[in-house]
Design a protein around this ligand. Structure first.
Ligand code: PHE
Length: 445
């Protein structure tokens, strides 16, 4: 949901800048190190507390099983993890040719420690450094961070796996890809999979890079798609009730579509048909030479892909709420064994309780901009953590003369593990309201 774009009048900004208590001065400690705050600092205590959890290493955890399954498909790749989530905007964006005005750079969308440091928003943030080390094939598993709304499928921390393959930009590299493509093509031809493919590049809508020989671009894109078709078959094929071939002999259906990423061309998305719906599973493409030049390996060619582990795990395990991945409740953890994909059995659904709050939208970040929905959601997460199921904007209007904006949010409180008492919900909501006033100087209506 999009907010009105104009910021509050200056008069208001000056007054609120004084009230804004988190401030733009001082330091913030992240993973044992002090960082100087500035106007971009927006990392919250809730996020800081998630930085070392490494769910993908917890034996039996669905994310760990999924990671191992994907690693087994790319068995001869270097399997990397435990790379610090603290990166520079240069790693996350510039090295990957993100334009200066790309929305992902906005502090409303990404967590900044300060203007020099941020939390990676995707595993691609490490492409340049891994390419620079000369690693020819790798899979990198990591936690990534994005500011977002609160609902059953969004959480500000989630996990991605990135895979990439590098070959030399000469006949040796081509021979390697051509042989591999023939082998993979033959393997897939014998497998229960139907692939709805598109051209490996399209001069008009999904062009190859001007630096590339079209034959090289085709060999790379084909190798990328063949490798991923095999992965999708391993993940989704033949699983009972997944529309796969378990009983009915139905093959898995995969469909390729064009897309764009700043650092790949051509670029693709893969979708699988699951219970009658096409689901987007991963993004990928042929890595731009600029990225390889940034890594000081201009004489190489590469492809890369990235996928979100929670999204796939929610589908494969029928997990209905993304908060469950973070649950310490043994009723969650005890259901799963490492290496096995089984359907989640919901243990109970506890009552929900919603509460509304209406306020004049204040300015934030030292008075530099109007409060964004993601600012409000981070405040709610800091107060109530995983006891919030979703937050929705239920009303919004602009005062005709003062131009001040009023918003009303409905917060739905519900625990995954137990019943919340009325008193507890009331106390949480009262804290949200008082933090709105204290931190942002918001005027409650
Ligand atoms: N990083 C991309 C994302 O988060 C996925 C991607 C990885 C796309 C590698 C292309 C190449 O959506």
């Amino acid at each position: 949901m999009r907010l009105l774009s104009n910021v509050a009048p200056l008069r208001c900004r000056v007054r609120l800048a004084r009230l804004y208590s988190t401030g733009t001065s001082g330091v913030v400690n992240v993973m044992g190190k002090d960082y100087t705050r500035d106007h971009l600092t927006n990392i919250t205590p809730t996020i800081i507390s998630k930085l070392s959890r490494k769910l993908y290493n917890q034996p039996g955890h669905p994310l760990s099983t999924l990671r191992a399954l994907i690693e087994s498909h790319f068995a001869d790749y270097a399997h990397l993890s435990s790379v610090s989530p603290i990166v520079s905007p240069a790693q996350n964006f510039d090295g990957l040719s993100f334009p200066a005005d790309h929305p992902g750079r906005s502090p409303t969308d990404s967590y900044y420690i300060n203007k020099h440091t941020m939390l990676r928003t995707h595993t691609s943030a490490h492409e340049v450094e891994v390419f620079a080390r000369g690693t020819a094939r790798y899979l990198l598993t990591a936690d990534v961070y994005r500011r977002d709304e609160i609902d059953a499928s969004h959480y500000p921390v989630f996990h991605q796996m990135e895979g990439a393959r590098v070959v030399s930009a000469d006949s040796t590299g081509m021979a390697e890809l051509t042989a591999d493509n023939a082998r993979l093509r033959a393997e897939l031809a014998r497998s229960p999979i139907v692939i709805d493919d598109i051209p490996h590049f399209d001069a008009r809508t999904n062009p190859h890079q001007p630096e590339h020989d079209p034959a090289h671009a085709v060999a790379l894109a084909e190798n990328l798609k063949l490798s991923l078709n095999g992965l999708l078959l391993k993940l989704f094929g033949g699983r009972a009730n997944l529309g796969g071939d378990a009983e009915g002999g139905e093959p898995l259906r995969v469909r390729w579509v064009e897309t764009t990423f700043p650092w790949t061309a051509p670029s693709f998305e893969a979708e699988v048909l699951f219970r009658g719906e096409w689901l987007e599973i991963l993004g990928c493409g042929v890595v731009r030479q600029k990225t390889l030049e940034n890594a000081n390996v201009p004489d190489k060619l590469a492809w890369a892909f990235g996928l979100g582990l929670e999204r796939i795990a929610m589908i494969l395990y029928s997990i209905p709420d993304i908060r469950l991945f973070w649950s310490d409740d043994p009723r969650f953890a005890a259901q799963f064994a490492q290496g096995e994909i089984s359907a989640f059995r919901p243990y109970s659904r506890y009552p929900a309780c919603y509460k509304d709050v209406s306020f004049w939208r204040p300015d934030v970040a030292g008075g530099t901009r109007a409060m964004h929905e993601n600012d409000f959601c981070d405040l709610v997460r800091d107060v109530a953590g995983d006891l919030v199921e979703d937050v929705t904007l239920t009303d919004e209007f602009e005062h005709p003369t003062t131009k001040r904006q009023s918003v009303c949010y409905r917060i739905n409180y519900r625990s995954m593990d137990r019943s919340l008492s009325n008193d507890e919900t009331n106390a949480l909501h009262a804290k949200v309201v008082s933090e709105l006033k204290n931190q942002f100087g918001a005027e409650i209506r």
